[in-house]
Design a protein around this ligand. Structure first.
Ligand code: ATP
Ligand code: MG
Length: 467
């Protein structure tokens, strides 16, 4: 994709100007490969005006300023970056002074958000080794090696090796438009390899979310995990249980709502990560033949919509992800004697509250998700005014979409979905005819007859449990 990358210029013993004068050679850090502007394809046209403004203002104030991470990686791969991260030797306070439209956020990582309208540029100060304590900026680590706080400032070299993957440790300098490659990230981009910097198990223990990031980038970029980077994941997957649910929610959105959900989901399943995020959904996938196909179908439809630049909502995706567990719990409640409607409500309640222990789902998504579930019980009821009330419900469209996926996944006999498709397209006269058809045969054609079946052998095909 980009030529001339094989000729790298070694940095001519560039003296490091770090905030604290850390001696990089003594710390065992290598000099970067500096790729001059004419030897790489990344230009200022890849970057937003806001990102460039931040870089120039830092630069003009005498600080070092680089674009780093995903934006450089994506630009090198030939994708247009969508958000921008800046790294600098200015401290958060110094950054804040330069930008009135800025805010210091985070505790674990103190970073500065600089806002331009709807765009936010994330600016971070170069981080040092957690062991180096420069006075008031202290890193903390738990007994298991998890990094609790990480606000030790350092040199750009130190900053680079604290980043997760080699391909994310590329820095674009606004001073001369060169790219500084600290961990052979360009080589790994060329061979499409995701490789953690440093010892993989240690890096995953420091921050287990890196396992999710590995899978996310593999899915999104279609890269392979380097064998050493891949090896510890299955064993260390349970470390994800330590991560705060709010952080995982953000990660889940990036995993499933970035246009490569199906591929990412398969990787999460393969590496045993999915069950750490959605334990009840994973359990339902073992017990109900349709549960996994349903989730894949929901992700495929989300991916398609994103490719077409149509809107997507996490409420729909979560509704599909957790529909399996809801059905298992509803069956339990009904076995205890509850009628279907209260049984579904009790089941929804249970599933949501257990899921929230792992991943926080904001109310603005969990409430519509529950509406989508409730509507699954109303869609088969097509008599009198009800049908129009259902049709007018603000979540009707999402509920209808879920119904179609349930039929496609083999949970339900087909029929009801087609009826609703026809009803939506029909004029008044035709709608009345469709309603009469239901009236003549209320439990007949199109009425779902669902039956659950335990899967005897794992992955024994897509048998739909209908007799
Ligand atoms: P994208 O924005 O496309 O999701 P990204 O690589 O830019 O990908 P961000 O979450 O925006 O991801 O992070 C920006 C950069 O910060 C990364 O490229 C990486 O260098 C560093 N980084 C982010 N998260 C971690 C982490 N958990 N551990 C180490 N470094 C990280
Ligand atoms: Mg980013």
């Amino acid at each position: 994709m980009f030529k001339g990358f094989t000729r790298f210029l070694q940095s001519p013993g560039e003296r490091l100007k770090s905030l604290f004068g850390t001696d990089s050679a003594a710390a065992g850090l290598s000099e970067p490969r500096i790729i001059p502007r004419q030897e790489h394809p990344v230009s200022r046209q890849h970057f937003s005006d806001a990102a460039l403004k931040v870089l120039y203002r830092l630069h003009n104030a005498g600080f070092e300023a680089y674009l780093v991470g995903g934006c450089i990686r994506d630009a090198l791969i030939g994708k247009m970056p969508k958000d921008f991260d800046v790294a600098t030797n200015a401290t958060p306070e110094e950054i804040k002074e330069l930008f009135r439209n800025s805010r210091i956020i985070g505790r674990r990582f103190r970073i500065v958000h600089v806002r331009f309208g709807r765009e936010v540029i994330e600016v971070t100060t170069f981080r040092g080794k957690p062991g180096d304590d420069h006075g008031d900026h202290i890193a903390q680590q738990s007994d298991q090696g998890l990094l609790l706080r990480d606000n030790v400032w350092g040199s750009i070299q130190e900053d680079a090796i604290r980043r997760d993957f080699t391909i994310n440790a590329l820095y674009y300098s606004i001073a001369d438009f060169s790219i500084h490659d600290f961990a052979n990230g360009v080589r790994d981009i060329e061979s499409r390899i995701l490789r953690l910097i440093g010892d993989p198990a240690t890096r995953y223990r420091e921050d287990p979310v890196r396992m999710l990031r590995a899978v996310r980038f593999a899915g999104k970029l279609d890269f392979h995990l380097d064998p050493a980077t891949e090896a510890p994941i299955r064993e260390l997957a349970p470390l994800l249980l330590q991560i705060p649910p709010a952080r995982l929610f953000d990660e889940i959105l990036k995993l499933f709502m970035a246009g490569h959900g199906v591929e990412t989901f398969r990787l999460l399943r393969d590496y045993g990560l999915f069950e750490m995020l959605f334990p009840e959904a994973a359990e339902a996938m073992d017990e109900l033949s349709w549960a996994e196909p349903l989730v894949e179908a929901a992700l495929a439809s989300t991916d398609r919509r994103i490719a077409e630049e149509r809107p997507v909502t996490p409420a729909f995706l979560f509704a599909a992800l957790l529909w399996g567990p809801v059905q298992l719990r509803q069956a339990e409640q009904e076995a205890n004697g509850l009628p279907p409607i209260p049984a579904l409500q009790a089941a929804s309640q249970q599933v949501v509250s257990r899921q929230l222990k792992h991943i926080s789902i904001p109310k603005r998504f969990s409430l519509p998700m529950r509406d989508i579930w409730d509507l699954q019980q109303r869609l088969p009821l097509r008599r009198g005014r009800r049908v129009y009330q259902t049709r007018e419900h603000p979540r009707f469209r999402a509920a209808y979409d879920l119904l179609l996926l349930r039929e496609a996944a083999g949970e339900l006999n087909p029929g009801l979905g087609d009826w609703w498709t026809a009803f939506q397209q029909a004029d008044e006269h035709e709608q009345r005819r469709l309603l009469d058809k239901v009236g003549a045969n209320p439990a007949g054609s199109g009425a779902p007859r669902k039956r659950r079946r335990r899967r005897r052998k794992p992955r024994s095909g897509n048998g739909n449990g209908n007799a």
